[in-house]
Design a binder for this molecule. Structure first.
Ligand code: UD1
Length: 375
């Protein structure tokens, strides 16, 4: 079987790693050929290569060098580049991850070539179509043949949109799930496998545990600082939203040091509003994955507009405040780990948050088994 993976932005390198590893283990080298396509949506060392180095991901077979641009031009370049690769390679399946412009471009190119699209992290909905990611998810899901959901809620969202072919009633399938699945774009299959990011976190924790704490290198004491990230277009591109969040973070941090690893997108808004930040905010560059996990693990709490970080905080038993008007990861709020900033009345108490809301850290094994038995 020949499988193409299309990745291009930071969270996709993290999601790809456990899937490719599990595929190799499930299929062995004999029966499987993987084609790795990097769109080049993210291109800086700190946004891309560092993740390849940390996870030991091999060089991509194709690097499309798409780079930055408006949604239209960036997505168009992805479509054109991916179409070229897939036409040449003719894979049996194309794996797409998450909700970026690389996901959407890959989905359009693959589906128009009548290839089977397999979407990892399907069914997520924020119900806010002002988010580019929401558009990307809806469109990618609608041309997918296999929709790998991270949760029952994601399955429910798809059911509400008319996807009726749901495996195991939408419950997490067993980790030795070996049913043969027949799927194509006209009969898409929805399957709850759990979240591959949990696999990545559990893998990383072992590595992080063997390293000195990141906070020590920053001169900070564990549980005495807050981690903030902010990069969503809805927050960085509208200065009034950005400043509302800055005001909030100044109050919520109550004088504790706020470590702020800054995404390149945020730079412009930061320069415009620098003086609004209280003096306790410490801006640093983007971190590699292991350093980020280590920094979050030891923090007092997290403030973020990232989707991944909301879940990572939960798995690491660290309270989270989400710097958005809504979240698609509603289960994190349900278990008491996460609160939306406009609902903030005090920090969620630190505690034993339930970590089984997105499966059990073996999502990639399930995905690999489905692929192995795909008819
Ligand atoms: C993208 C995803 C978002 C994801 C995020 C993770 C879309 C629509 N959004 O947002 O869902 O959470 O990745 O990081 O796909 N830039 C650099 N260096 C890089 C990459 C980007 O400087 O290596 C700068 C450029 O100025 C660029 C801006 O960041 O214009 C935004 O990059 P882009 O890839 O368009 O979207 P992200 O905001 O990173």
């Amino acid at each position: 079987m020949k499988v193409a993976h299309v990745i291009g932005a930071r969270p996709q390198f993290i999601k790809y790693y456990p899937v490719s590893k599990a595929l190799g283990e499930a299929c062995g080298s004999g029966g499987l050929k993987e084609i790795l396509v990097h769109t080049g949506q993210h291109y800086d060392y700190v946004m891309s290569k560092v993740f390849f180095d940390e996870f030991g991901i091999r060089e991509p077979d194709y690097h499309l060098g798409v780079g930055s641009g408006s949604h239209g031009s960036q997505t168009a370049r992805v479509i054109e580049g991916v179409e070229g690769v897939l036409s040449k390679e003719g894979p049996d399946a194309v794996l797409l991850y998450g909700d970026t412009n690389s996901t959407l471009g890959g989905a359009i190119a693959a589906s128009k070539l009548h290839l089977r699209v397999l979407h990892v992290e399907a069914g997520l909905r924020s119900f806010n179509k002002h988010m580019p990611e929401e558009i990307n998810r809806i469109l990618a899901d609608n041309v997918s043949s296999v929709l790998f959901c991270p949760s029952e809620k994601a399955v429910e969202n798809l059911r509400a949109e008319g996807f009726g072919n749901v495996i195991n009633g939408g419950l997490l399938v067993p980790s030795d799930f070996a049913e043969a699945i027949r799927a194509d774009a006209d009969a898409p299959v929805v399957i709850n496998v759990g979240d591959v990011m949990q696999d990545a976190v559990y893998h990383s924790l072992q590595i992080v545990a063997s390293r000195p704490p990141v906070c020590t290198a920053l001169g900070l004491t564990a549980r005495d600082y807050i981690v903030m990230t902010l990069h969503r277009a809805e927050n960085t591109d509208k200065i009034e939203n950005f400043e509302e969040i800055v005001e909030f973070s100044n109050v919520a941090s109550a004088g504790k040091t706020v470590v702020f690893p800054m995404h390149p997108r945020t730079q412009k808004a930061y320069e415009l509003s620098k003086e609004r930040f209280a003096g306790n905010v410490r801006v640093i560059g983007p971190l590699g994955y292991f350093d980020m996990i280590g920094l979050v693990r030891d923090s007092l709490f997290v403030m973020t507009d990232s989707g991944g970080l909301q879940k990572e905080a939960c798995w690491l038993q660290v309270p989270c405040v989400t710097l958005r008007g809504e979240t698609e990861w509603v289960e994190t709020i349900g278990v008491g780990c996460n609160v939306l900033y406009r609902d903030f009345k005090g920090l969620p108490p630190r505690g034993e948050f339930s970590t089984d809301i997105y499966g059990d850290g073996k999502a990639a094994v399930r995905i690999a088994l489905v692929l192995k038995n795909l008819l």
